[in-house]
Design a protein around this ligand. Structure first.
Ligand SMILES: C[S@@+](CC[C@H](N)C(=O)[O-])C[C@H]1O[C@@H](n2cnc3c(N)ncnc32)[C@H](O)[C@@H]1O
Length: 449
């Protein structure tokens, strides 16, 4: 067969497949985060190919347990340790054949040629044979490994068990949604633009979107687009933020002039929303332990025309000397397992361990205890996580309420547009839904005198 070849003599898209394989290998074998390894790999890939690189990395990691099961059948014996990058490459190859519309011949040619870019030219025959056998036996092989997005085998066993125990009626749907591409939701910057006017601007740019009930700044896109294509993005008219995440500012409901602490703030999506919600007129202090993550927070605020005091500090050592203390309102968007946002961070499935949950719970307890005294009597604290595990959510808040008689739970109702909200005791849980919000937990507490 005659193939069109690139300047290097390789099939088009070869470097892209090699880059995707490096990213998948970095996550799977070296335990690096997807965001960091993708940012490294993206340097060498032209702008026009970035979206495809992202799709191949995210998609392969979403389905990796199934792709690895296919490889175990397709390879007569496991690869040498030093050649494990080829597993990642073949997984990227299989992902294209299983789940994308890339023509099979182009996907196979570029993936086979990527062996050279990965310094494994002698493996070209092996990769070619595996992918071609998959094409020939596709139906039978998919039957053997399963083709259901709700397949429990797509989750690590420890997480599957925790989900099944916590959500006996919902856990299969949580798994299915966690392995799908997420929707893209925007938050219109209310200090600069109203939602209807921005929806018109989107329509004029050929981007279809609809509003979400009860979420006054949100627009759900019919199809995701790169943020740079959004009208007025660079000028701060709009941000990308999930519908569930947009509930935080609505529930805390900061009013103009209030003193507000965002205690785990980076990269600042909720900080910005808190400010936009109050017309930009808050005395807001944004704290995060990770000074590096505060750089994008500052950039976000600058782009959106918003201001806050920004502080790199450990909120477990929260101090009454922090700017603005005592506060009228505190948002504690706590570090967590992120099990409600796996569809946006599929590396969580490989990086998190069962033992992390107890360690996270201890940090969450310490954060709640340290921040509470910074709230003025009558003030309110919103505890939020993007976890769907009760150990990080209602168990933490129940323990906190039991130990703090001056903390009273406030009832909250989530907007219908955020998706599937379930009352739990105490608090409210959003489970991720296909075209709704991510998984989030919220509990609002008031400090009584
Ligand atoms: C869920 S993320 C926050 C997301 C952010 N609120 C947003 O909407 O963009 C949790 C953040 O908590 C920070 N963090 C973890 N432990 C912390 C601590 N002890 N003190 C302050 N921040 C902490 C992490 O660095 C991370 O940025």
């Amino acid at each position: 067969m005659h193939r069109r070849r690139g300047r290097t003599g390789s099939a088009p898209g070869t470097e892209l497949r090699a880059a995707a394989a490096r990213v998948v290998h970095a996550v799977r074998v070296d335990g690096r985060s997807l965001t960091a390894s993708l940012a490294d790999a993206a340097h060498d890939i032209p702008e026009r190919d970035q979206a495809l690189l992202q799709e191949l990395c995210y998609g392969t990691l979403r389905l990796l347990p199934r792709l690895e099961a296919l490889l175990a059948i397709l390879l007569s014996r496991p690869l040498r340790r030093a050649d494990r990058i080829l597993n990642a490459l073949m997984a990227v190859g299989l992902y294209q054949l299983v789940s994308t519309r890339i023509p099979a011949h182009a996907a196979v040619a570029a993936t086979v040629d990527a062996t050279r870019a990965l310094d494994r030219p002698r493996a070209a025959g092996l990769v070619n044979a595996a992918l071609r056998r998959f094409q020939r036996e596709r139906e039978a092989l998919l039957k053997q490994v399963g083709n259901d997005p709700a397949d429990p085998a797509l989750m690590p066993a420890w997480l599957r068990d925790r989900l099944a125990a916590a959500w006996p009626e919902h856990w299969r749907r949580i798994i299915a949604v966690s392995n799908q591409r997420p929707p893209m939701t925007l938050r219109v910057n209310a200090t600069r633009e109203d939602r209807a006017a921005y929806a018109d601007a989107l329509a004029a740019a050929g981007i279809a979107a609809r509003g979400l009930s009860g979420l006054d700044a949100a627009l759900l896109l019919d199809k995701p687009v790169p943020a740079q294509r959004l009208p007025g993005f660079a000028g701060g008219l709009v941000s990308v933020q999930d519908a569930g995440a947009q509930c935080a500012a609505l529930l805390l409901d900061p009013q103009p002039g209030e003193r507000v602490l965002d205690a785990c703030a980076a990269p600042g999506n909720k900080t910005a929303h808190l400010l936009e919600h109050a017309g930009g007129r808050l005395q807001l202090t944004a704290v995060d332990i990770d000074a590096e993550r505060l750089a994008p927070l500052r950039e976000n605020l600058l782009r959106l025309g918003l201001t806050a005091q920004v502080l790199a500090a450990d909120a477990r050592d929260a101090s009454a000397d922090w700017p603005g203390a005592p506060y009228d309102a505190i948002l504690l968007d706590a570090p967590c397992s992120a099990t409600g946002v796996i569809r946006r961070h599929p590396d969580i499935k490989y990086l998190r361990r069962d033992a992390d949950i107890a360690a996270l719970a201890a940090t969450q307890d310490a954060l709640l205890a340290a921040l509470w005294p910074l709230l003025r009597p009558g003030g309110r604290l919103l505890y939020a996580t993007c976890s769907v595990l009760p150990e990080e959510n209602q168990a933490r808040v129940a323990a906190f309420l039991a130990a703090h008689p001056d903390a009273q739970l406030r009832e909250v109702a989530l907007p219908a547009g955020a998706g599937a909200a379930l009352p739990v005791d105490p608090g409210v849980q959003l489970l991720p839904t296909a075209d709704g919000g991510d998984g989030f937990y919220f509990a609002l507490m008031e400090r009584v005198a």
